[in-house]
Write a protein that binds this ligand. Sequence first.
Ligand code: NI
Length: 231
Amino acid sequence: MLLQIPAVLKKEEIETVLHELSQGAYEDGRVSAGLLARDIKNNLQIKRDAAAAQKCAPLLLEALRRNGTFYSVALPHRVRGPIFNRYDVGMTYGLHVDNAIMGEGTANAVLGVGNSVRTDVSATLFLSAPDQYDGGELVLQENHGDKRIKLPAGSMVVYSSTSAHRVEPVTRGSRLAAIFWIQSMVRDEPKREILFDLSQILDSVRSKLDSNEQMALTSVYHNLLRVWAET
Ligand code: NI
């Protein structure tokens, strides 16, 4: 699964977020890296409790909430993030797979306490305009070869958390992005993809169907979701 969603943020929201992030206090990104990632992760991120993060996070989560395409592709149950990260010249994140459990630590997740999230879907929301930096592509290892992704500010890529990926070294400027991890209501990726395909078909043919046909097709979608969803 790999989907680009354009214009998740409005122009004024991008400006607000970039302004806030320019004033935020950054720390070494290794603080949130798993044991294996620590050696290959070289970036900066805003402290979760920093004022900039506190101000921007609700704005971004609201943008996700209003985005129907994000809902359809991720079927979010719980969202972890955003984490705001920054790659300056020379910074990079080597090939890795995101941790299966994010949040209060794996130990707590095993005990069933805390606010941990199982990562089914990962999302990167690009915040810097692509002409503000060189390098910094998100590279996803897919079955049919690498996909190199660099999107306009405010656009997002959503991909399976099982995908190995890396961030190319930045060679000019600074790359700001926000990262989310989503525990989906539908854990199995093939099932999620069927539901997404069906929702897209429904959207494209809805205006050509009479009300009975619309109702019938919508029912199929919801009944499938009812069978597969866990909340
Ligand atoms: Ni990652």
